[in-house]
Design a protein around this ligand. Structure first.
Ligand SMILES: NC(=O)c1ccc[n+]([C@@H]2O[C@H](COP(=O)([O-])OP(=O)(O)OC[C@H]3O[C@@H](n4cnc5c(N)ncnc54)[C@H](OP(=O)(O)O)[C@@H]3O)[C@@H](O)[C@H]2O)c1
Length: 339
């Protein structure tokens, strides 16, 4: 009997636009029939589903770099799944695939586009969603293409124990920089040091400005910003001449209910002849293969590690997204759906 005849497709839909912090009631759970596949298509069964801060923006009715979700849409999400039925010889049954499959058990794919790839033989799906996935690619292009670190540079990373920040910091070490990270717990800071970071600041308990003054007396050459807000301002006040400020994300503002003020210290960019530049990783889609190959070599050489917080159970997806914003994850936040 076919997969579709025996199973239901569990889904989480957008139930309402969040106000402030994401809540369980912003999601609707439903069960629908497993979709049928057409010519050239394959059916993917989710194994791991990624939770990403950008989901918060998509839940709002906000013009952005991706289309907002409409109420009742299946929540958009990246994942790794197994091909369980196929009408396409290039998408064989049993293969694992990475793509945007949504918060659901089953998705139909034609395997086209840069946001889809088959995993290599033996590739660990947890690594695929983190270091070799969206967040690893974000770190790679944000640091190397926008931050342009040189050996000896002082690099500071916020959100450093997260999926993107931990990879950005490790790549900066590979490029022979001195690297300091900021994270929200002492355990996360201790983990950063095991990754080779030269120092770490617990931004919740320590005086960030004083610590940066102590650690970076000659200023910051590259600031990789995942959080925005006050920490961005503190770093802007400490940039070195010709510094690069990489605007990757601003998670401190994503659940804000009031307009967020801009950085007060932006004029230091003028004094320091510095550059502050935002980017979206998908702009580099034509270079994904090159980046994944290089990061895979670093992983194999023991230079780059991925860590993940894996929550078990499909029904935990909304709670996992909430926990991401609460900083409960170290490395990549994902849900394992095989329950
Ligand atoms: N530009 C792009 O193309 C692109 C692509 C992907 C991601 N991003 C951005 O990159 C950043 C990291 O994303 P990720 O997927 O790797 O998530 P992540 O860093 O793995 O998880 C989010 C982390 O942010 C920290 N955090 C939460 N609220 C915070 C706050 N108010 N202030 C400071 N830190 C806070 C938490 O760690 P603590 O315990 O340290 O607080 C949490 O673990 C996000 O801003 C995201 O939007 C950008």
């Amino acid at each position: 009997m076919s997969e579709s005849a025996t199973q239901v497709n569990r889904q989480f839909l957008l139930a309402g636009r969040p106000h402030g912090m994401v809540k369980e009631t912003d999601f609707e759970y439903r069960e629908v029939p497993v979709p049928e596949i057409g010519p050239g298509e394959a059916l993917v069964k989710a194994r791991f589903i990624s939770l990403d801060p950008s989901m918060r923006g998509q839940m709002e009715n906000r013009a952005d770099y991706t289309a907002p979700l409409q109420i009742g849409d299946v929540m958009r999400a990246r994942g790794v799944g197994e091909i369980v039925a196929s009408n396409n010889s290039e998408l064989p049954v049993g293969a694992l695939a990475w793509g945007i499959f949504g918060m659901q058990d089953y998705a139909v794919t034609n395997g086209r586009g840069p946001q889809f790839r088959l995993l290599a033989e033996g590739e660990d799906p947890v690594l695929t969603l983190g270091v070799l996935g969206n967040t690893g690619l974000t770190a790679y292009f944000g640091l190397l293409a926008i931050g342009q670190p040189k050996a000896g540079d002082v690099v500071v990373v916020s959100g450093a124990a997260g999926a993107t920040g931990s990879v950005a910091g490790q790549i900066a070490k590979i490029k022979d920089c001195t690297v300091f990270g900021m994270a929200g717990t002492d355990e996360k800071c201790a983990w950063l040091k095991t990754l080779g970071f030269d120092g770490a600041i617990n931004y919740r308990t320590q005086d960030v400005a004083a610590e940066l003054d102590r650690l970076c007396p000659k200023g910051i050459d590259v600031y990789f910003d995942n959080v925005g807000g006050e920490i961005l301002d503190i770093c802007l006040a400490r940039i070195a001449t010709n510094a690069r400020v990489v605007l990757c994300g601003g998670i401190s503002r994503y659940n804000a209910t009031e307009p967020v003020p801009g950085p007060k210290n932006y004029f230091n960019l003028v004094f320091r002849r510095a550059r502050m530049e935002g980017f979206i990783q998908s702009d580099f889609a034509d270079r994904y293969d090159e980046a994944i190959a290089e990061m895979r070599r670093w992983v194999d050489a023991g230079l780059l590690q991925g860590k993940a917080t894996v929550i078990e159970g499909f029904r935990q997806l909304p709670e996992a997204l909430i926990q991401l914003f609460e900083g409960k994850n170290t490395g990549k936040m994902m849900v394992k759906t095989d329950d």
